[in-house]
Design a protein around this ligand. Structure first.
Ligand SMILES: *Cc1c(COP(=O)(O)O)cnc(C)c1O
Length: 849
């Protein structure tokens, strides 16, 4: 081989349509089909070949195609309309500006290891990334001043190929950033930015790139530059690749490098959002900055905590990123001096004393005033999982909240349905996507019209599937007849089930294969044909996941499933879009309660595709009996096999007795009952599970408070942070004194208690050197369940006397509710600077009274 350099040479685009280049670099195009149309019309086949990458497309389009477009009045009309919309979008008044006018010049930093924005930018592996992408898009729509921070992976996740035996092969094509919608980020002086991060024995340099997502910018860091040695250049090669060393190094680049990149860009965020534990090292870097500027470490911790939000996405302990102490020591020991701490104190920031390892989730939780899971159920599971860190507090009061995920509706909604909604919904529907009332008008859409559009989308999807299977077979050099027979695959009128997601084993892709005879029965009814489309990648190190793919592939080659069960290669956002827009039923079979949220079902639902799902993740919040189907009972299983068997048989029953008959129940060829369910599904799910609702919720509940706290905690020479830190230390040091001495609940004796009645209580508490102002003494009441109180409510008692020696008298009452209720009295710390009730995980409870 001989050496050569490559350069990227831009096309000469006629002046009249020269803004196409600008459009190709703003991911705004990814949720505007008319913008995509501008690219498609330049060269339809290149548009498909390049997987809808507009930057690459523009580099390839021949000059006569540009000339032709620039002379075509239709094209120019569309062009003007698109740029009109883009310009209006970029400067429109918006939700955030109206609601938080005093915060518009603040910045929220959103750190994530992956971002799923579009198929042309393959830096996501699954739901976490797509969620981050949808979050940024909604933030842009709403005008939330957010910047994203992540890594740019030279080989992305991986490209999946299925070989002739049905095994997944992982391919890692190098991405050419000059052909992708990313550009080098520039500092205020207009210079490219290089960030330095110390790894053991050397410094790694990162180039910073930027992606425009409407009004939001995402900064992505890349180690593949000549300043680094060959090995370090590979550090950002693959998403979730390599071993533990690669992982911790990547997480340092993301967390530490990310903070430094923002500083060099002149960005000083007022709130920090850690999207999953991978980015938690950002806290260490922020600490280090403060300590270097002379702030005591303990105060600095409060400053960092004050405006940090952490979102956890993992309901299973094994899913959390953990390291052993030696690993952390080896990679991060230079922080001991920087922070002025010894090894043990440093490790304690992220130490899991139950499992004796360093846990990125615990690190993030220790440095985040706010912490949330991604569905109500996941919040609950997370509170249980981390209850041991809050042993004095009832599980339901563990300060891990939940914000249920949502999807960026316009990214996932088919163009055809969006056009239909334009005709039948309020004209403002697409700017008020979470406004439930606007979606009621879905009922006004004529059933036949909705169904006809759905049928067309199904045809389109089937065409896409056929092309995909043909390409797959061609590449595997299969015989001509195997390629030709694909044209007979799929029946556009048949009931079509979709299942696509990461092939993690807990998602149980092969649940339906439990009883092959019964499944064969389902697939052999000529009156009621059924077909099933699979797609999804297994992590290259996940052998059991790859076994599932092979199993599906093998079954798809056998009768009676051939041409009816099909595996589509290389699940990405493009494959996802075709599937969730074009099947009838979206199947979701995670092993309860392991799915934190799940979002593909929300995408399907917005398109009127009915969900059939285990009541896990988001589904219990959405399912109402009329907008889809629910699988399984979820408690009391002895083991996985029992749970799997039960769920499988429940699912067969549902399909045989309810779902398939409902789909095939026709009048004049139209399945009116099914269409009604589609409408219920769109109406109830699209607004509530939109990322617009989600980002509003994050902003109202966390970002706005975090921003205000940032000001409070850094102002007046960090006085508030110092005060809070002093308070916490004082309370911790003296809490052992605190006790509820005596509770007088004589009012319950010897008489019948009536609902609505106020129960009066009095008690003496011992606070020692702590002042009554610093605590809340409260009645905790609720229902009795499972040997504890559930549905907890609290009513504060008032201090009515002091008995000297740190003993105080409290009195008050609470309203009795019908049934068997329980109550007790507790004391907990209170401070006006607390972000949440249990900012300090201390409580002292009454003993028998
Ligand atoms: C939406 C999406 C996911 C997430 O799907 P789940 O149902 O949450 O597992 C994963 N991959 C791609 C490509 C997606 O578009």
């Amino acid at each position: 081989m001989f050496y050569f350099r490559t350069v990227t040479v831009s096309p000469l685009i006629p002046e009249r349509i020269s803004r196409l280049k600008e459009l190709s670099y703003n991911l705004w195009f990814s949720w505007h089909p008319e913008a995509q149309e501008l690219f498609r019309r330049l060269d339809e086949s290149a548009w498909e070949t390049f997987n809808h990458n507009p930057v690459k497309l523009l580099l390839q389009v021949k000059s006569d195609s540009f000339e032709r477009a620039a002379a075509d009045p239709d094209y120019l009309a569309l062009y003007d309309q698109v740029f009109d919309a883009l310009d209006r979008y970029l400067k429109d008044a918006d939700w955030f500006k109206n609601k938080y006018p005093h915060l518009v010049d603040k910045t929220v930093a959103y750190f994530s290891a992956e971002f799923g924005l579009h198929e042309s930018l393959p830096i996501y592996s699954g739901g976490l990334g797509v969620l981050a992408g949808d979050h940024c898009k909604a933030a842009s729509d709403l005008g939330v001043p957010l910047v994203g921070v992540g890594l740019l992976y030279k080989q992305g996740y991986f490209t999946q190929r299925i070989n002739r035996e049905g095994w997944q092969e992982a391919h890692y094509p190098y991405q050419n950033y000059n052909e992708m919608p990313v550009k080098p980020a520039l500092d205020q002086a207009g210079k490219e930015i290089i960030v330095e991060v110390e790894l053991p024995g050397r410094t790694v340099y990162l180039k910073v790139w930027q992606v425009l997502v409407g009004r939001v910018i995402i900064y992505l860091m890349d180690a593949d530059i000549t300043l680094n040695n060959h090995q370090d250049r590979q550090l950002t090669a693959q998403l979730y690749g390599g071993n533990k060393d690669t992982r911790i190094a990547q997480e340092m680049l993301l967390g530490i490098g990310g903070v430094r990149a923002l500083r060099q860009l002149g960005i000083h965020p007022a709130a920090w959002h850690i999207n999953e534990g991978h980015a938690a090292f950002l806290c260490l870097e922020r600490l280090q900055e403060l300590v270097r500027s002379g702030i005591p470490l303990a105060t600095a911790k409060e400053v960092v905590r004050a405006n940090t939000l952490f979102t956890t996405h993992t309901p299973v302990p094994a899913g959390h990123d953990v390291y052993d102490a030696d690993k952390v020591d080896y990679y991060l020991n230079h922080y001991y001096d920087k922070l002025g701490v010894d090894r043990d104190s440093f490790l304690s920031f992220g130490w899991d004393r139950q499992k004796n390892n360093y846990n990125m989730t615990i690190l993030a939780m220790n440095f985040a005033a706010y912490c949330n899971g991604v569905s109500k159920l996941h919040g609950q599971i997370s509170r249980q999982m981390f209850h041991y860190l809050y042993e004095h507090i009832p599980v339901e009061e563990v300060p891990i909240f939940s914000v249920t995920n949502g999807i960026h509706t316009l990214t996932w909604l088919s163009e055809e349905l969006a056009a239909l909604f334009n005709n039948y919904l309020h004209p403002g529907w697409s700017n008020n996507l979470c406004e439930t009332s606007l979606w009621q008008a879905v009922d006004q859409i004529p059933d036949e019209m909705l169904w006809d559009i759905h049928r067309n989308l199904k045809k389109k999807a089937i065409n896409f599937f056929r092309q995909a299977v043909k390409r797959h077979r061609l590449r595997n050099q299969e015989p001509a007849e195997r390629i030709a027979e694909v044209d007979q695959y799929f029946n556009p009128e048949a009931f079509t089930i979709g299942f696509a997601r990461r092939f993690a084993t807990y998602k149980r892709a092969t649940l339906l294969f439990k009883d092959m005879e019964r499944l064969a029965g389902l697939f052999s009814d000529p009156e009621k044909p059924v077909q099933l489309i699979f797609a999804g990648k297994a992590h290259p190190a996940d052998r059991p996941g790859q076994d599932l793919i092979k199993r599906i592939y093998e079954i798809s080659q056998q009768e009676p499933f051939r041409g009816k069960i099909v595996f589509i290669e290389n699940y990405d956002m493009n494959v996802a879009r075709h599937m969730i827009q074009g099947v009838d039923l979206w199947l979701n079979t995670p092993r309860w309660p392991m799915e934190a949220s799940g979002t593909s079902g929300m995408k399907a639902a917005a398109n009127g595709v009915i969900n059939c799902s285990v009541l896990d993740g988001w589904w219990p919040e959405a399912y109402n009996g009329e907008n889809g189907f629910a699988v399984g009972q979820h408690t009391g299983y002895q083991n996985d096999e029992e749970q799997d068997r039960d769920d499988a048989y429940h699912l067969y029953g549902l399909l045989e007795e309810q779902i398939i008959p409902a789909f095939y129940e026709r009048k004049n060829d139209y399945p009116y009952r099914w269409i009604k369910m589609m409408k219920n599904c769109i109406k109830t799910i699209a607004p509530a599970f939109s990322s617009e609702r989600m980002v509003k919720e994050y902003t109202d509940r966390f970002y706005s408070h975090a921003i205000e706290r940032a000001e409070l905690f850094t102002g007046r020479h960090f006085q508030s942070a110092g005060q809070l830190q002093d308070f916490k230390r004082y309370l911790k040091d003296n809490w052992h004194h605190v006790a509820v001495k005596h509770v007088d609940a004589n009012a319950i004796k010897g008489k019948e208690l009536m609902a609505g009645e106020t129960l009066e209580l009095a008690c003496d508490v011992y606070l020692g050197p702590i002042q009554p102002d610093n605590v809340v003494v409260e009645v905790v009441h609720g229902c009795e369940g499972d040997h504890t109180l559930v549905g907890i409510k609290t009513t504060p008692l008032q201090v009515t006397g002091q008995k000297g020696d740190g003993i105080y008298h409290y009195q008050g009452g609470f309203t009795l509710e019908q049934g068997t209720c329980g109550f007790t009295v507790r004391i907990r710390p209170q401070h006006p600077l607390f972000a949440t009730k249990f900012e300090l995980a201390l409580a002292s409870w009454a003993h028998n009274f």
